[in-house]
Design a protein around this ligand. Structure first.
Ligand code: BGC
Length: 763
């Protein structure tokens, strides 16, 4: 039997968040009286079946414009499309295909309501940018916005209206493969990046022909999949929900995001897709979101295996009443909603509300007036992979690189006698594209080897040896990866090249399809023969630079100890090799900072800088009874916010304009940043705050501000941050968002391990 879908939990939790007080903004920006009147007129003409059609989304699995499919299921879906029983399609790609499919619908269905075409444009369409986690390491909001803007320009020219991005799931667990798709572990950085991405995708106005409707996903808690296993349950506290999980979604809403996607996971027993509290109470009622919510792929049907609905009929009922507007691919709405309305179990007002939300976005995109607006073969040709887009991809790629360690091995001289480029990713033109690479051609990235060859002078000898492949056989989005655990036939050549060279660049890490959806791992170290290769090479040449290519934080302790330098080069997209070479040779002075903690050991996961102190933070008199591991330090190998430069930076101690901040006052934090080295460089200065005593326990520190500052060698600059009580607010023991009077400590520096501090009191 169907049980009441909604838990009282979130209801309790959310009754008085101040987010609710300030919620008119999103609604006001989205609603427009002319559009609302036109929707009224249209709704008056629509049959129940046509309305439900708008709430149904299919993926394209064959050429709709070709001969009619023979297979029964496909034929039924084809008939649905041409008869207006589908409101959106995903995975119809390219100006020609979208145009032809749109014509089919507009010319054949009774009301000719156009489809909205959606696709996962996650980090580029044809021109591929760094994977989102890598981009987050740039902390460069302008560059991140630009990357989304270009992705939108390309995808819109190919006829798409809607991207299923940004993923704004905070994640603290490197075992979870989808950590590559978000902005890392911090809600503040994640919120700022969420806004940049929404603005980038949606541009100045959804009505612009190069804008995509964005989609904040996955609402909510998906990044907390238990034990890092994808699709697993999430089970976290009310405090974590409000203080960590929801802020980036709220920020996306305030930035005017057009759509939301719910999530596969349950939270504390309630699947997100069935959550009235999340979808209706928080998002629509309190935050004032008036776009629409799409389910995740098949997640309505999955309410049956979750065990909260007995069958597809109940699943449709629960999800729809919970507030999910559009059904991606489960067909549950198509099959059951009409009957549920007739039975009086689903009110007509809810059907009208969901249909209105979908139509609203279609009107805003301009496709109700011109359904063919986006599909433009010429524009598509000019936009895809053009020079300007590639230059921007190179720029954000090099800004995303994090110099983790450097014992003077870098930067390399361009006239270094000989360089050995070794490793499974040294000449790999595919893995740098990462997962979710949209329409990139396979093997189309600039490899590291190509990047180095293009950067060095003619007198330099560049030797290449793969050493060992990481994966064997087929690699793609849908299949498991088979690792090479035994073929060492390339080792000799690698050792020989290393022995001859002045410096070894060893490219190791992860295959593109090792992270991303359904790519959870219990071991986040180097797979296959990579560490063995490193040791073999190290025996003949200790001047070894590790270039890491990966989509998630990895356990790199051994490699890190052996190497003279470690460069975190993630999966940087189309221009990967050029961007890495820019950094290796010092044409670009690295400035990236980690958006996630790097563990010493996978057993530390979930690992994050904004942890709680616990009641036993230190050892009592040398005894064991404190919160620690007996076989590893608690600290990460590299903390959140860490990243080196080829120059060095000095910070003066922070000075405050007052040590007593009034609830309506402003605290100004001032310090001087100096470039104390011999090169120009960019530092990302960071401000952290600790609330020393709260009604609930508070994190040991929380990021509250950051800025990218570029200084010439020897130059200094005075830096100011401002804080108000709003910046100190949190979801408190009183179940509301508030700043509590009391003492605070703040820290300024170049990572979350910053030590220079000052204290103040909030009165
Ligand atoms: C993913 C979503 C994605 C959707 C459509 C799902 O499996 O979880 O993030 O947008 O597929 O491709």
């Amino acid at each position: 039997m169907l049980k009441t879908p909604l838990s009282g939990l979130a209801k309790l939790l959310l009754c008085c968040s101040p987010w609710f007080l300030n919620v008119a903004s999103a609604a006001e920006t989205l609603s427009n009286p002319t559009i609302e009147n036109r929707i009224d007129d249209l709704l008056a003409k629509m049959t129940l079946e046509e309305k439900i059609g708008q709430l149904n989304q299919y993926s394209s699995s064959y050429d709709l414009t070709g001969p009619k499919p023979e297979d029964g299921r496909e034929l039924a879906r084809y008939e649905d499309v041409v008869n207006g029983r589908v409101g959106s399609m995903l995975n119809v790609l390219g100006a020609e295909a979208t145009l032809a499919t749109q014509k089919l619908v507009v010319e054949n269905s009774r009301l000719g309501i156009p489809l909205i075409f959606g696709y996962d444009v996650i980090h580029g369409y044809k021109t591929i940018f760094p994977v989102p986690l890598a981009e987050a390491a740039s902390w460069d909001l302008e560059a991140i916005e630009k990357s989304a803007r270009i992705s939108a320009t390309e995808a819109a020219a190919a006829g798409l209206h809607w991207t299923f991005a940004p993923m704004v799931d905070v994640s603290r667990d490197s075992r979870w493969g989808r950590i590559m798709e978000g902005a890392g572990e911090d809600p503040y950085l994640g919120s700022r990046i969420a806004v940049a991405r929404v603005h980038g995708f949606q541009g100045g106005s959804l009505a612009d022909v190069d804008s995509l409707a964005a989609c904040a996903k996955h609402f909510a808690g998906y990044g907390f999949s238990e034990a890092g296993r994808d699709y697993n349950i999430a089970d976290f506290s009310e405090s974590t929900l409000h203080n960590i999980v929801l802020p980036p979604f709220k920020a996306a809403t305030d930035a005017g995001v057009a759509t939301f996607m719910n999530a596969f996971n349950e939270i504390g027993g309630e699947p997100a897709t069935a959550s009235h509290e999340l979808q209706t109470v928080i998002l629509k009622d309190h935050w004032g979101f008036d776009g629409f919510i799409v389910s995740d792929w098949g997640s309505i049907g999955e309410l049956v295996p979750h065990g909260v609905a007995a069958d597809e009929n109940e699943a449709a009922l629960v999800a729809f009443l919970a507030g999910n507007d559009m059904d991606m691919e489960s067909s549950a709405y198509r099959h059951h909603l009409a009957k549920l309305v007739e039975q009086g179990r689903v009110p007509m007002e809810r059907i009208d509300d969901a249909t209105r939300r979908v139509l609203r976005i279609k009107f805003q995109l301009g496709i109700m007036d011109n359904p063919y607006l986006y599909s433009d073969v010429l524009r598509e040709k000019q936009a895809l992979l053009n020079e300007e887009h590639l230059a921007a991809a190179r720029d954000i790629a090099r800004k995303s690189i994090v110099l983790m360690k450097n014992e003077g091995a870098l930067p390399l001289e361009k006239n270094t006698g000989s360089i050995a480029v070794i490793g499974p990713f040294a000449a790999d033109k595919d893995s740098p594209l990462g997962s979710w690479r949209a329409q990139a051609e396979d093997n189309s990235a600039v490899s590291l080897l190509e990047g180095i060859q293009a950067a060095v002078g003619p007198g330099v000898e560049v030797l290449y040896a793969q050493g060992a492949a990481l994966a064997t056989g087929e690699r793609n989005f849908t299949t498991e990866l088979t690792l090479n655990d035994s073929d060492r036939s390339g080792f000799d050549a690698a050792v020989q090249a290393a022995g001859k060279a002045d410096v070894v660049i060893l490219a190791i890490g992860e295959d593109a399809y090792q992270s991303g959806e359904a790519r959870s791992q219990v071991d986040v170290g180097f797979k296959g023969l990579q560490e063995e290769l490193l040791q073999a090479v190290l025996k003949v040449n200790r001047n070894l630079v590790v270039v890491l290519m990966n989509g998630r934080p990895m356990t790199i302790a051994q490699a890190d100890e052996s190497a003279a330098a470690v460069v975190e080069a993630w999966q940087l997209g189309s221009q990967s090799g050029h961007a890495i070479a820019d950094v290796l040779f010092g044409d670009y002075n690295p400035s990236g900072k980690l958006p996630v903690s790097f563990p010493r050991h996978v057993g530390q996961e979930p690992l994050y800088y904004n942890y709680k102190n616990t009641g036993r933070p230190t050892s009592p008199g040398g005894m064991v009874f404190w919160s620690h591991y007996t076989d590893s330090p608690n600290t990460p190998l590299y903390p959140f916010g860490h990243g080196l430069s080829y120059t060095t930076f000095g910070y003066s101690d922070p000075v405050l304009n007052t040590t007593e901040l009034a609830m309506d006052g402003t605290l100004t934090v001032t310090f001087t940043l100096s470039n104390t080295g011999e090169r120009a460089g960019t530092e990302i200065v960071q401000l952290y705050v600790r609330d020393l005593v709260g009604s609930n326990t508070r994190p040991v520190r929380e990021l509250k501000g950051f800025e990218r500052i570029s200084l010439a060698a020897g130059e200094s600059r005075v830096v100011n941050f401002e804080l108000t009580s709003a910046d100190l607010a949190f979801y408190s023991a009183r179940r509301q968002w508030e700043a509590e009077p009391g003492d605070f400590e703040l820290f300024v520096g170049g990572s979350s391990a910053a030590t220079q501090s000052a204290r103040f009191t909030l009165k």
